[in-house]
Design a binder for this molecule. Sequence first.
Ligand SMILES: [Zn+2]
Ligand SMILES: [Zn+2]
Length: 235
Amino acid sequence: MAFNLVFVVPLIAMAGQALANFSAAHGLVLVPASAWDRMHPAAVIFAAVFIGDFTAYWRHRLEHTRLLWPAHAVHHSDTQMTWTAIERFHPINRCSTFFIDASVLILMGLPPFAVVANYLVRHYYGSFIHADLPWTYGPLGRIFVSPAMHRWHHSADERAFDKNFATVFSVFDRAFGTHYVPGPHEGRLGVHDPIAPTLTSQLTYALTPRAYRRTPPEINREGSETEASRAVPAE
Ligand SMILES: [Zn+2]
Ligand SMILES: [Zn+2]
């Protein structure tokens, strides 16, 4: 978190302004600002969070492919679920998240207050679903992502690989066939990529060519077959 705050957030803030300027200069907006002005601010905020979560769902699926997995694996390397897991992201992952999510929000022409609200809601709700809670929400889990649902996303159980990509609305996973919540998760968490829990290992893993030679399912299946092959020990 500290590394990202000091070295990545200032770059992202500048890049955000540059993206907005570029969009304004070239007229790259699909929905005119006047369309949002006619709506109630609460409806605009809801639309921003819904569009933001839809975008994040597909961006997250992209992060589980060969090209972006080595950076995203750092987030999954956490072997315990706590609200601080939301801060464990590789700078490459932070940047890909920012460029994809911000580009869509800017294209949609959403007003600044709705973009900020989307960021705050999705960030703090994202922190909440990483909390060490067994809650599935019961029937409400058909609409919203619960802490149990996201815990399954971090599971070392092969049945849960590439499932539960959304942050706020579980409807996206249900609509696209990636929803998997058989109940509260009680098994092992983490990845089988060789990432040690040190700053150096977490920063350099995504910079090594060997990290890109295997697809995530190959890494995961290989690791799930034998306890001895586990690179990240549970604490
Ligand atoms: Zn993931
Ligand atoms: Zn997570």
